[in-house]
Design a protein around this ligand. Structure first.
Ligand SMILES: NC(=O)c1ccc[n+]([C@@H]2O[C@H](COP(=O)([O-])OP(=O)(O)OC[C@H]3O[C@@H](n4cnc5c(N)ncnc54)[C@H](OP(=O)(O)O)[C@@H]3O)[C@@H](O)[C@H]2O)c1
Length: 289
């Protein structure tokens, strides 16, 4: 399968490393013609949209840059979808589980793929808008991920982020282990699966559990303070409270795709992460191999 990846950022590069033979597009996309040219040049079987605008240094940036956020997360996916539909190429778009805030209305508190989002931040609203329109089309899949966690040290990795904060919010979430995510993305593209898929590992993980594993495998002397989500904003550490939630992956199950239970996967990732740290390896070094 020939995969064309749009978006040379964190996830795009990580997927390119996982799939030898895939092509990471160089071009910045401004129009449908840009995409049609890329399709005609590379003749892909599937396209992964790993491009987007999620704010630097963090998602708070999007609150003051609404148009850039909407262009990158709503308009760009629609442009890609239009070109892919015209050429009959399957598109897998990376969505975000951050379109859900808090508990779902279901008894188990988990959000289903079919549930309506309740986004609060500009970034989440722009992502949800793309999901609403793209999910009506055949030959397009939406893979929602959350808090990607990887064995490769990187400023984008949830492990590095949590370990760097002196104050950490004491929350529990559905998360995406990247090793599992790249396999699921590949299978979704092989199956040309249409619709929305929650690409999060079964079970939920507390930030406290991640830090405990970090202390066990990486740095026993690590310490931090614990605060709640409201204190994050009250103490001026964020402009808006972050999305915390539990996701259910009903649609992956329906098409026979499984992911490892989150605690099993997290332990495996932290062991590998600790080995990389000991060897002094980071993402620049590993992803350029
Ligand atoms: N990382 C996470 O925590 C996370 C969680 C949930 C969902 N996601 C989603 O996963 C996707 C990838 O995120 P990421 O973490 O890899 O973000 P990233 O590191 O910021 O990478 C995004 C890339 O998209 C590129 N891009 C933006 N507009 C483009 C355009 N018009 N044409 C071509 N490239 C364009 C950016 O290039 P420039 O910077 O040069 O513009 C950047 O290289 C996004 O849709 C994001 O919403 C990420």
């Amino acid at each position: 399968m020939k995969i064309l990846i749009i978006g040379k950022g964190y996830i795009g590069n990580r997927c390119a490393k996982a799939w030898p033979g895939s092509v990471l597009a160089e071009k910045h996309i401004n129009s449908k013609k840009d995409v049609l040219d890329l399709i005609d040049e590379h003749q892909p079987d599937a396209i992964l949209n790993a491009a987007g605008v999620r704010g630097k240094p963090n998602v708070d940036w999007c609150e003051d840059h609404q148009m850039e956020t909407i262009v990158g997360n709503t308009k760009l996916p629609i442009i890609l979808a239009e070109a892919c539909q015209k050429r009959g190429v399957y598109l897998l778009h990376i969505g975000s589980g951050c379109i859900f805030y808090g508990d779902s209305p279901h008894k188990d508190k988990k959000w289903r793929e079919s549930d309506f989002g309740n986004p609060k931040a500009v970034y989440s609203k722009a992502k949800w808008a793309a999901d609403l329109v793209l999910s009506t089309m055949e030959n397009i899949g939406i893979a929602r991920i959350r808090m990607p966690i990887d064995y490769i040290p990187s400023a984008n990795n949830m492990i590095d982020k949590l370990a760097s904060f002196p104050k950490v919010i004491d929350v529990e979430n559905s998360v995406t282990i990247i090793d599992d995510m790249v396999d699921v993305f590949y299978k979704l593209m092989e199956k040309k699966a249409s619709g929305i898929f929650h690409v999060t590992n079964p079970g939920t993980l507390k930030h406290r559990e991640i830090i405990e594993l970090y202390k066990e495998f990486v740095d026993p002397s690590h310490s931090n303070k614990w605060i709640n989500n409201e204190e994050l904003v009250e103490q001026g550490l964020a402009k808006k409270g972050r999305s915390n939630n539990f996701l259910n992956s009903e649609n992956l199950e329906k098409i026979g795709i499984e992911m490892r239970e989150v605690h099993e996967a997290m332990r495996d990732v932290m062991e590998k992460y600790a080995r990389m740290k000991k060897q002094g390896k980071n993402s620049d070094e590993v992803l350029s191999c």
